[in-house]
Design a protein around this ligand. Sequence first.
Ligand code: ADP
Ligand code: MG
Length: 451
Amino acid sequence: MLKGDLEATEVWRSASERLRRQLHEATYGQWFENIVPVKLFDSLLTLGVSDDFFADWLRNNFGDLLHSALKGIDNVDYDYELEAGYRQDDAQNMHRPTVTASKVKPKKKVKPRNCLSRHTFDNFVVGEENRYAFAAARTAAENPAFYNPLYIYGGTGIGKTHLLQAVAHHVLSRDPDARVKYITCEEFLNNYVDSLRLKNHSEFRGSVRSVDVLLVDDVHMLANKIQLQEEFFNTFNSLYNQNKQIILTSDKQPSEIEGLESRLVSRFESGVTTEINPPGFETRLAILKMMQEEHLVKIDEDVLFFIATNLSSSVRRLKGALLRLVAFVSAMSESAITVEHAEKLLHKLLEEENVSKTISIESIQRAVANHFEIRVNDILGAKRPRNIAEPRMIAMYLSRKLTPMSFPEIGGAFGKNHATVMNAVRKIPEICLKNENLRRSVSLIERQLQS
Ligand code: ADP
Ligand code: MG
């Protein structure tokens, strides 16, 4: 170990003692215990953390605290920077002789139940839009119960199930004896109902509560199912209290799931919540290239460009398009496929894409809420402070402008009457004339929705 590293360790020890005194034990354990002091140079301490997600989280939530913990140690004001890609083992491994490959016992391979074998981290293309979700899922897979629960949400066909199943594969590849359960919320419901019918409820409970990692896909399906929520709540608590990893996916944030009991909302929000966004052009192209390699076919770059440009709403659709072309190429082995061919073969998918791109009131509400950093529930609620009333009016105005809905229909979607919507539609352009900031906000949201 270099001298600098030893000093880094010393400085970090002092700082972390201070942090430990200031924080709850659990918070300290979750966020600081696994930080690795990497080096010290010119009063700048480099701290190694597992991934970018972790680094950003620390910076945003504990940045100031870290600064002040490093202040004045040995009369020096140290500063810090975070570097991703370290695990706690890395620090210990610096001293340990590496085990040669031949001495490692080959592990037995165990496949997780109900998971596709290609849904692994290796087969997941990481882009700007899914970087955090990927990093968080990977960290959860490597350090179970570290982010607990981990809640991943986003639209359909953009990799939530893939990531969840990748966790299952990863955990089992590291420890074939780990008890990992992947289950969709729908299966959870069906198994629960069956268990009531067949009177083997305790068996069902055992199957979901005696696991090390529980992965539940599409928990928005819990909406409005009171009895199921009760069962889920108990399952959640039982695992959480045993410090077992829980990962959930959904198409919405917990607070946006209608009819989800508040105690579940707060449980779901109590760990790490991360959004996964539809992949941008570069990610889409990379996914297509990876898929074509998998299928051992070669499709011209301009055809891949064409698909990546025109199918942007979901990876599932992108995949459907590629499979169609692969089938065509295999059948017509002599001729290379052209953009014209692709256009013809994919016209149905392209049409569907246009329909799915039509803007919904829900997406407008979400975009407006995001922009003004309020909740969709605030927009839908009855409160009237200005910071909520204006965004609400903007959402109504944009709903009228960007969707074919009538005033009463829009009113219904906001829980208000048609006159309120008419008023908003009249007022927003007036306010925009006087208020340049607001005008810019409205036009920005409008562009985002149309892109
Ligand atoms: P969701 O659960 O969000 O609806 P899925 O995980 O089922 O979406 O993804 C749909 C399809 O797209 C799957 O075949 C999945 O493997 C693939 N897919 C999604 N995102 C990626 C990605 N980033 N890299 C590779 N494949 C992806
Ligand atoms: Mg899914």
